[in-house]
Design a protein around this ligand. Structure first.
Ligand code: ADP
Length: 153
């Protein structure tokens, strides 16, 4: 099973949508391997968004992402990285498909409710960035045999 890193962003928290966002992932069948609230500081934001450091909007991302704490999630499932990206929808919430988290709940490019790792390699690095090994848990969901076929588990 694959693990991925999700951040529930300050807009979702402030709008009272953290539970709704978490429920979307849970209802899909992703298993929560780790969950915690964290205040992002400058150093962590620079590392996390290093691929955007040269963009003119970079300072506004840092300001936005540190306005409140975020909820970090490590979610686990078959092809979890791709499944979660599709569940979130495209970056611009206005263009995200109905049925996705961003498409159903947002109107903004920046305030788009969630971050989700974009590849298995990125996911590995991001999970390690936000969680210590002892903060990640391995347990057996009771209904796994109804969530996956025998050759998928
Ligand atoms: P994604 O989060 O969909 O993987 P990116 O990695 O390209 O997208 O961007 C990271 C985050 O930076 C986005 O989720 C969004 O909050 C913000 N962002 C991206 N592009 C813009 C933009 N043009 N203007 C303002 N904020 C942006």
């Amino acid at each position: 099973m694959e693990r991925t890193l999700i951040l529930i962003k300050p807009d979702a928290l402030t709008r009272g949508l953290a539970g709704t966002v978490l429920a979307r992932f849970e209802q899909k069948g992703l298993k929560i391997a780790g969950i915690k609230m964290i205040q992002l500081d400058d150093a962590l934001l620079r590392e996390h968004y290093s691929h955007l450091a040269a963009k003119p909007f970079f300072p506004t991302i840092c300001e936005f992402m540190s306005r409140t704490p975020v909820i970090a999630l490590c979610l686990e499932g078959l092809e979890a990285v791709e499944v979660c990206r599709r569940l979130c929808g495209v970056t611009n919430s206005r263009q995200a498909a109905p049925g996705t988290i961003r498409g159903d709940l947002g109107m903004s490019m920046q305030a788009n409710l969630v971050h989700a790792s974009d590849s298995p390699e990125t996911a590995q690095a991001e999970v390690a960035r936000f969680f210590k090994p002892q903060e990640l848990f391995d347990y057996q969901p009771a209904l796994i045999s109804y969530q996956y076929a025998s050759d998928e588990r």
